[in-house]
Design a protein around this ligand. Structure first.
Ligand SMILES: *Cc1c(COP(=O)(O)O)cnc(C)c1O
Length: 411
């Protein structure tokens, strides 16, 4: 483990206020920069906005320009060379596919919250995953070592070979043995989608050694876990989920060091899966409430996980030791009937929003992967995944328990 700072006023401690169940592991070291002076919650509000007062505005400006005036053509020509290399030269943004000031605010804010030097935003989480795989391949390394379960489409992208990658699936303790000279990435999720299985990023980083470890941090968010402080080179988010937080924006982002940010921007420049400026605006706005949303949803989720575990119509409950808004469980009765009996909770894929959603991974998010992969990931036919929102715990439990009682085969 890297060092950590859990003084009452430290970012690591602040990030965990009210969210960490007893016995939880610490979130990680104090990131450098302004975060070191202010708590995580405070930086979540101010990150990416520190210059607004000097600009004379209060809300973040949205720049929708697709192109920019170029009065100094020779300077623009040189700048274009730099953009093509993945750099961010001073001066004109030149063209909307190269960079965008509103999106850049979101990138810098997320980088700060993850304790990373930089971040690169994409149109979706899958575009971010794709860019990481392409960047590794561009370095001549197409082999990936990965641990199941992963988000269904990530598993599908890897195992289907759609980008020409070769993947070796391993148990968490088998990462080091699977590394080859052409291994470009070690890819994991923790807590994983959909079983909430947990891995230790520091232990995996030690096994990966020189090979970059990519941790999909979508489920934990930087509120609960900052994998870069444990040695992950790449920290990926489907920003569609908790970062946006309201179910109304698609996005992806990778927080990383300066070298990888350059590679990822180079790929983004050439492949074009950019985040839209309006999405960048919404995601930056989402970050401001991320700590309180995750804290409240986690508290409700932990309480509901305990109540589910005590219910006779529930065979198995999965809830991460680090907390979080996701609960997975297996009813003793038919999961489809149970979902159909809910009135408040919405049956829908996705997660991380203000309202509670439930879905059946085997038939939805993890349908694209084959039976063997589902078995390997412990994604059973009865497994349901809940994403707890900001409704009151009592209302959610009333809905869940009524549906459980109504569909309990053993009753
Ligand atoms: C949703 C999700 C993704 C994919 O993100 P999109 O924004 O839907 O492309 C990747 N990883 C995890 C863990 C996810 O939940």
């Amino acid at each position: 483990m890297t060092s950590m700072d859990l003084r009452p006023d430290s970012p690591a401690a602040a990030g965990r206020t009210d969210t960490a169940p007893a016995g939880a592991t610490p979130a990680g070291a104090t990131p450098a920069g302004p975060v070191a002076r202010h708590t995580f919650e405070t930086r979540a509000v101010h990150a990416g906005r520190d210059d607004l007062a000097a600009l004379g505005v209060h809300a973040v400006p949205i720049d929708l320009s697709t192109t920019y005036p170029l009065p100094d053509l020779p300077a623009a020509a040189l700048a274009l060379d730099a953009y093509a290399e993945g750099e961010l030269p001073d001066g004109s943004a030149i063209y909307g596919r190269l960079t965008n000031p509103t999106v850049r605010r979101f990138e810098q804010a997320l980088a700060e919250l993850e304790g990373c030097a930089d971040a690169v935003a994409f149109a979706t989480g899958m575009a971010a995953v794709t860019a990481c795989l392409l960047a590794a391949a561009a370095r001549g390394r197409r082999h990936v070592v990965a641990v199941r379960p992963l988000y269904g489409t990530t598993d599908h992208l890897l195992s289907g070979g759609l980008l020409g990658n070769e993947v070796t699936w391993v148990e968490p303790d088998g990462v080091a043995r699977a590394l080859r000279p052409d291994t470009g990435l070690v890819m994991v999720e923790t807590p994983a989608n959909p079983t909430l299985a947990e891995l230790d990023p520091a232990e995996l980083a030690a096994q990966a050694g020189e090979i970059p470890l990519l941790v999909d941090n979508t489920f934990a968010t930087p509120v609960l876990q900052r994998p870069a402080t444990s040695g992950a080179r790449l920290v990926l988010h489907s920003a569609t989920k908790f970062l946006g937080g309201h179910g109304d924006v698609l996005g992806g982002v990778v927080a990383c060091d300066a070298d990888w940010a350059k590679s990822l921007r180079q790929i983004r420049f050439a492949t074009g899966a950019l985040l839209h400026p309006l999405a960048g605006y919404l995601l930056l706005r989402g970050l401001a409430t991320l700590p309180i949303r995750v804290a409240r949803a986690s508290a409700t989720a932990a309480a509901l996980a305990a109540r589910l575990a005590a219910h006779p119509a529930v065979a198995r409950v999965h809830y991460p030791s680090i907390g979080g808004a996701l609960v997975a469980f297996e009813p003793t009765g038919d999961p489809m009937r149970l979902v159909g009996a809910l009135r408040l909770i919405t049956p829908a894929v996705s997660l991380g929003g203000v309202d509670t959603l439930i879905q059946h991974p085997a038939s939805l998010t993890h349908r694209v992967i084959d039976d063997a992969a589902r078995a390997e990931g412990d994604i059973g036919p009865r497994l349901l995944r809940l994403s707890i929102g900001l409704e009151h715990e009592a209302d959610l439990w009333a809905d869940l328990s009524a549906a459980l009682d109504r569909t309990n085969d053993s009753a």
